[in-house]
Design a protein around this ligand. Structure first.
Ligand SMILES: NC(=O)c1ccc[n+]([C@@H]2O[C@H](COP(=O)([O-])OP(=O)(O)OC[C@H]3O[C@@H](n4cnc5c(N)ncnc54)[C@H](OP(=O)(O)O)[C@@H]3O)[C@@H](O)[C@H]2O)c1
Length: 335
């Protein structure tokens, strides 16, 4: 036996917004690692919007989390003991084992990470991890943003959105417009991240707010929100415009599917392309992403923030806070 760990289990499927009672913190005694396994301790856990979708209720084609079991999800930790080739004590590793302080796990569930000077280890859950790659894929592979274009990013102060807006500029966009849920976030986008314009979507009708912020229209929409934001973007997309559909967080809590955009005929009139993507399908771009992002970070061209909650007991609260917009940049839990 190698001591105990704590892990969060989903114990009830949320109907709309998750409740703290849908989760339970469980203590588990660890076994000694078998051949091919390692004992690892986590330093940072990721809380992400997709987890809400995996909590259910089940939808066609979406495998949901089992009840009474730990949920999968990104975490960065350190190998404590290894019986696996290629992993040694002290190695920094990325796992998908979810909200837990540590685990005994087969080596194939772990990816060894090379620390990046000047960047915290938690960045492998954000700017250097899945959210960063999502921003990069959406702009380069899906919307194929070009020099001189105007880009609109919704959910712009979050993990993916804050990077998408900056990467669009680095790829040559002439202007980047962002939407977010508070004045502080809007000030952050324009004042610190170099967005050309931004608005608080809670200040009025998103169609009006976006039309005012983008008087010349947009060529690219990076969608994190769906719903009213997607409808507003379809309005202002110029002829041959493209949208990369990354997420639709405005609908994740709804018990009924949200209504579709009412202006779909604009897709025909303006020859628009709306394309969804799953970042996991584009891992071949990871080396390009890691090289370019590493270089932008080293040159101080890419900024990022994290909203950090301390302690495994705070994981559920950090997750609920993410859904309510309490985070700026990547939301993580430090163990
Ligand atoms: N396709 C993929 O492979 C992929 C990969 C990663 C993420 N995603 C998606 O990308 C989106 C962003 O993910 P993230 O990790 O970067 O999360 P995030 O933006 O860091 O956090 C979620 C944010 O969503 C905003 N929000 C919550 N409810 C909203 C609503 N009803 N309307 C508008 N905004 C709302 C909140 O900010 P405000 O204060 O601004 O409301 C909150 O901070 C999500 O939709 C996620 O599912 C997709």
């Amino acid at each position: 036996m190698k001591g105990t760990v704590q892990e969060w289990h989903l114990v009830a499927r949320p109907v709309a917004k998750p409740l703290p009672t849908d989760f339970r913190l469980v203590e588990r005694t660890l076994e000694t690692p078998a051949m091919g396994e390692v004992l690892m301790r986590n330093h940072f856990l990721s809380v992400d919007p997709y987890m809400r979708v995996l909590m259910g209720p089940p939808q066609p084609g979406v495998p949901v989390y089992a009840l009474g079991r730990p949920m999968t999800g990104g975490a960065v930790g350190e190998v404590v003991e290894s019986r696996a080739a290629g992993l040694a004590p002290g190695d920094l590793v990325l796992s998908d084992l979810g909200w837990r302080t540590g685990a005994v796990a087969p080596a194939e569930r772990l990816t060894r990470l090379n620390r990046v000077a000047g960047v915290p280890d938690s960045a492998f859950l954000g700017v250097l991890g899945m959210p960063g790659l999502s921003a990069y894929v959406g702009l380069t592979e899906i919307a194929k943003v070009r020099e001189g274009e105007t880009v609109f990013v919704s959910g712009a102060a979050g993990a993916v959105g804050s990077l998408a807006g900056q990467i669009a500029r680095l790829l040559g966009a002439k202007a980047v417009i962002g939407s977010a849920g508070s004045k502080e976030k809007v000030d952050y986008l324009v004042g610190e991240l170099g967005f050309t314009a931004a608005f608080n979507y809670k200040d009025g009708d998103v169609r009006d707010l976006l039309a005012r912020a983008a008087p010349g229209g947009i060529e690219v929409y990076f969608d994190n929100v769906g719903g009213d934001h997607l409808e507003a973007a379809i309005d202002v997309l110029n002829v041959d415009g493209r949208a990369a559909l990354c997420g639709a967080i405005s609908g994740y809590h709804l018990s009924e599917p949200p209504p579709g955009p009412r202006n779909m005929v604009e897709l025909v009139k303006k020859r628009l392309t709306l394309r969804g993507f799953e970042v996991g399908d584009h891992m071949r771009l990871h080396p390009h992403f890691a090289r370019e992002t590493g270089s932008w970070l080293a040159q101080g061209k890419l900024r990022f923030r994290e909203t950090v909650e301390d302690g495994i007991t705070r994981a559920v609260d950090a997750f609920l806070g993410l859904l309510e917009g309490r985070n700026t940049g990547k939301a993580v839990v430090r163990i």
